[in-house]
Design a protein around this ligand. Structure first.
Ligand SMILES: [Zn+2]
Length: 287
């Protein structure tokens, strides 16, 4: 335990904290740390302040240690901004290296959830996380994934694909938009109503071509938001259309095809319902 406290103390010292107490109760190790920060910069105007406004304790869940839950209870100091022109009156010290804003877990635990979510998706990642002692929900895993998304600026999409996907097959569906030139998803919505897609398309006037399924909602959304955009069927639905049309044609021409088959002569014998014997040579039609 002493070694654990020393290690924690060294890590927390990097964000201006000092471990004052460590308790192991009920399978949870609670590490209490006080703040050693005497002054901090305002996140709005960047002017430094040493005028203390108040303090509070922030609880952060950390990864398991020796099969025990670890919770950091760190003191946070709030300062008063001394810049009269700054709209922000008070601000809390920055512990960005330890945990993101409003996060209730350390970056270390958040990274573990992000890795699980990236490999398995929300539901499966949450189940595995629970067995690893990282209590979380599918929504939390997805939120962590969004938080970890790179902040790089993407080029405006020009060719996109829109399709639905099952959140719960037969009950709940969502909509996904993929940049087909860059081959990466760029938006996901809950639901597949035209209004949702219309609002998103209006924010992306750079789109010139939309590949979509045969659903009327997406067609209506594109027509409303981007009337100049070209709508095309995606590859999967294009093949579906081809298959449906071939099936309809065969169904419509069925009598003629059966009649033609009866008229085929194989070595002087008119074919019946049993068809041609193996290796038979077709001499011609209407012979
Ligand atoms: Zn300020």
């Amino acid at each position: 335990m002493v070694m654990l406290v020393d290690a924690m103390d060294r890590v927390l010292a990097q964000v201006g904290k000092r471990v004052v107490r460590c308790a192991d109760r009920g399978g949870t190790i609670t590490v209490e740390a006080c703040s050693t920060v005497r002054a901090a910069p305002c996140p709005n105007c960047r002017s430094w302040s040493c005028q203390l406004h108040g303090r509070y304790v922030r609880h952060l869940a950390e990864r398991l240690v020796l099969d025990r839950r670890v919770v950091l209870a760190v003191e946070m100091r709030r300062f008063r901004c001394l810049n009269a022109t700054c709209p922000r009156r008070t601000f809390a010290e920055d512990v960005y290296a330890l945990a993101g804003r409003h996060q209730r877990r350390t970056r270390s635990q958040a990274k573990a959830l992000q890795a699980l979510g990236h490999a398995l998706g929300g539901e499966a990642a949450a189940r595995l996380a629970a067995s690893l002692g990282l209590h979380s929900s599918a929504d939390t895993v997805l939120r962590e994934l969004c938080r970890a998304a790179p902040g790089r600026k993407r080029p405006a999409p020009r060719v996109v694909g829109i399709d639905d996907w099952a959140i719960k097959r037969g009950h709940h569906y969502g909509t996904i938009v993929v940049d087909l030139e860059r081959r990466e998803p760029i938006a996901v919505f809950a639901g597949r109503e035209a209004a949702i897609v219309t609002a998103w398309l209006r924010e992306h006037p750079s789109i010139r071509i939309v590949a979509r399924d045969r659903a009327g909602a997406y067609s209506e959304a594109v027509h409303t938001a981007l009337p100049a955009a070209k709508q095309v069927s995606d590859r999967w639905h294009l093949l579906c259309n081809l298959r449906d049309n071939v099936e309809r044609m065969l169904h419509r021409l069925g009598p003629q095809l059966r009649q033609a088959a009866h008229q085929v002569v194989v070595e002087g014998v008119t074919l019946g319902r049993q068809g041609a014997p193996r290796g038979a040579c077709l001499r011609g039609w209407n012979a």
